[in-house]
Design a protein around this ligand. Structure first.
Ligand code: SF4
Length: 368
């Protein structure tokens, strides 16, 4: 179901433009749309920017060095587009409820985060976002998780929801399973009165006294509400980290193969307001696409891996990353049935995979 966030006032040319953009966004398959003024001349355009800088300074971005490169661009869109006046923020739901939890949590399977069950979201959303930018007709810059943009902060400022204690953007009646895209445009397409946005995170936040995401995190990755230490986050460890997974983290990672959904799955806003996505390409073709059997993955050579995950976000982790993660999941499964495949991987040409296979073998044997 499409859900525009802003009701358009069509009495002025500016709001007619806004109404037309909303209509076009809905046509293009976006579920959410909002408009945020870019008012600051420097890095104060994004209210969450100081918190972002503090997070970087504490090293919580781990090895994601690209986040620390030219941080001022993330705070000031005018360093990217000098005439930028409005951030148009859109969202597409990937709330796909197709796979039973009994399958996802089966320790003999490797679990994939929901956002990666179907087509690569960059391939689906980027062309639509460009079309929307062209429709606005002015010079624009469009980003889906690829540029120097604090997407969730802009979504919050555009009225799409609030940033929860789990650091996700939470829509009050649709939950948090959304891909976000941002277009900076040179037109002032927002309400004539300046938006009043509370400076304090607490004032905006709808979490109240809830702390479920913080206490449910399997690796205790939240340092405090709103502050995630990526060094401990399963999404980081299984996707972004390119080298060895720290030994102390491995037993805590369960059967996660790529990403993690725990802090969203547990959230009352997700549980209460879950609505199936209208975007069919985000649904898995079968349950094995959401949670493949570990014994299958451990035997995949490069061509099989590439064919299996063609056009999906998993390709970015490459076979070496996915098999590394599968070894950790197999060690946590603890079943001797995994031993032959793990032994075979001791001959793999990737040293990274040997080391994790060896760890899994020792872990299974120690439990026998
Ligand atoms: Fe906020 Fe609770 Fe959801 Fe965490 S689980 S984001 S604390 S509402």
């Amino acid at each position: 179901m499409n859900l525009p966030m802003l009701a358009a006032d069509t009495t002025t040319p500016k709001s007619t433009l806004k109404a037309n953009i909303i209509a076009r966004a809905l046509e293009l398959g976006f579920d959410l749309i909002g408009f945020a003024p870019i008012l600051g001349e420097k890095e104060d355009a994004v209210l969450r920017y100081p918190a972002f800088l503090k997070w970087l300074a504490q090293g919580y971005h781990a090895e994601m060095g690209y986040l620390a490169r030219e941080p001022s661009k993330r705070g000031n869109p005018r360093l990217v587009l000098p005439q930028a006046q409005t951030a148009i923020v859109v969202g597409v739901s990937y709330d796909t409820l197709a796979v039973p939890m009994t399958i996802l949590t089966d320790p003999s399977r490797g679990r994939i985060a929901r956002y990666a069950w179907g087509a690569d979201y960059h391939d689906v959303i980027t062309p639509r976002l460009r079309k929307l930018g062209e429709f606005v007709g002015r010079e624009s810059r469009a980003y889906v998780d690829t540029g120097p943009v604090l997407e969730r902060a802009w979504a919050e400022q555009a009225g799409l929801g609030f940033v929860g204690k789990n650091t996700c953007l939470i829509h009050r009646t649709r939950g948090s399973y959304f891909f976000l895209g941002v277009i900076f445009v040179g037109e002032a397409i927002y309400d004539p009165l300046p938006l009043t946005i509370p400076k304090s995170q607490k004032a905006l936040c709808g979490c109240g006294g809830c702390t479920r995401c913080l206490t449910s995190c399997p690796t205790q990755a939240f340092v405090s509400p709103y502050v995630l230490n990526a060094n401990r986050c399963i999404s980081y460890l299984t996707i972004e980290l390119k080298g060895t997974i720290p030994h102390e983290m491995r037993p805590l990672m369960g059967n996660w193969l790529f990403g993690c959904d725990v802090c969203q799955d547990i959230c009352p806003y997700v549980r209460r307001y879950s609505t199936p996505s209208a975007e069919k390409s985000f649904y898995p073709v079968d349950v094995d696409r959401a949670a493949p059997k570990l014994l299958d993955i451990l035997s995949w050579d490069r061509p099989t891996f590439n064919a299996r995950f063609k056009n999906t976000p998993l390709l970015r982790a490459k076979r070496r990353g996915i098999l590394r993660n599968a070894c950790v999941a197999a060690g946590n499964w603890g079943h001797p049935a995994a031993l032959p495949a793990l032994m075979q991987l001791l001959n793999d040409d990737e040293v990274l995979i040997h080391e994790h296979a060896q760890w899994a073998i020792e872990r299974i044997k120690s439990q026998e």
